[in-house]
Design a protein around this ligand. Structure first.
Ligand code: C2E
Ligand code: CA
Ligand code: CA
Ligand code: CA
Length: 279
């Protein structure tokens, strides 16, 4: 891919150290991380499948520990969720994304929408809608620049509270994305009822493109269904040119993945906002 060798960050390798092994240790260090503001967002571009135009990007959380280095979200989100710390961490994510959008606007860049990942636990333990509304107002950012990603599996099981809050968020003008689509079991009627704006197809399905006929047929069916329901489609984890070509033929709207760009710190995104076309 184009971005290979560039913008790659070395992550903390848990196999090299037992420092975060116990729940108590990890929880203690997460509390410190919240207190000492050790969380940063990196941003991964999503581009128009046909033209390569930068259309939006995903905010991905990184924990920059002064001794351990950069820690992947998969290492700490599960404990953050089970311990409730995802609520203050989620609030930091919302605030940082809005602050960054405001900074890009202040520097004269024409910013593109940023999507943030929201855990279902945040809905059950706090008010995401109120936090979003407050942060948008605090940073004077239009709601149309912020988007929310929620995994397909999190929307299942008819959690009335989550559904009601998603509707309230959408009423603010914040678009909703179904994340990791294809890995859960949502039905067509559920998707339609919930009025989601964008389907993000899980990267395991992107990986099948060009490998098997079934993989391509399956992807094609998702795209047709999403378009019929008025949703846009993003392919996650696009890693090579062949996948991109197939996604063009399938009329998938946007692509995201290492082939286009890796997640980058805000400073690495500024030149891309100028460049605008990434391929
Ligand atoms: P996700 O939401 O599915 O995010 C996409 C993940 O795929 C990211 O991993 C991204 O770096 C990676 N990725 C992007 N392009 C490619 C590609 O071409 N190939 C491959 N192999 N991987 C690619 P990351 O940043 O490690 O995040 C992992 C997960 O952590 C995310 O999966 C999301 O579920 C969770 N996460 C990240 N940030 C947040 C956050 O702020 N809040 C919450 N609750 N969860 C978050
Ligand atoms: Ca996501
Ligand atoms: Ca995903
Ligand atoms: Ca995921």
């Amino acid at each position: 891919g184009k971005a290979e060798g560039k913008g790659q960050y070395r992550f903390f390798d848990p196999a090299q150290s037992n420092i975060l092994k116990t729940r108590t240790q990890l929880r203690q260090r997460l509390l410190e991380a919240i207190d000492k503001r050790q969380f940063v967002l990196h941003y991964q571009p999503r581009v128009d499948t046909r033209t390569g135009e930068l259309l939006s990007m995903e905010a991905l959380l990184r924990w920059e520990h002064p001794q351990l280095g950069m820690i992947r979200p998969d290492e700490f989100i599960p404990l953050a969720e089970s311990s409730g710390l995802i609520v203050p961490i989620g609030a930091i994510v919302i605030d940082q994304a809005c602050a960054q959008l405001a900074a890009w606007r202040a520097h004269g860049a024409v910013p593109v929408p940023v999507s943030i990942n929201v855990s279902p636990k945040q809905f059950l333990r706090g008010s995401v809608q109120r936090e979003l509304e407050d942060a948008l107002a605090r940073h004077a950012v239009p709601a149309g620049l912020l988007e929310v990603e929620i995994t397909e599996s999190a929307m299942m099981g008819d959690q009335a509270e989550i559904l009601a809050e998603l509707a309230a968020i959408r009423a603010l003008g914040v678009k909703l994305h179904v994340d990791d689509f294809g890995t859960g079991y949502s039905s067509l009627s559920q998707l339609q009822r919930m009025k989601m704006d964008v389907l993000k197809v899980d990267r395991s399905f992107t990986a099948e493109l060009g490998r098997s006929r079934e993989g391509t047929v399956f992807f094609q069916a998702i795209v047709s269904m999403a378009h019929a329901l008025g949703m846009e489609v993003v392919a996650e984890g696009v890693e090579n040119e062949e996948q991109l070509q197939i996604l063009r033929a399938l009329k998938c709207n946007e692509v995201q993945g290492y082939f286009v760009a890796r997640p980058l710190p805000a400073a690495g995104i500024a030149p891309l906002l100028e460049q605008r076309y990434l391929f």
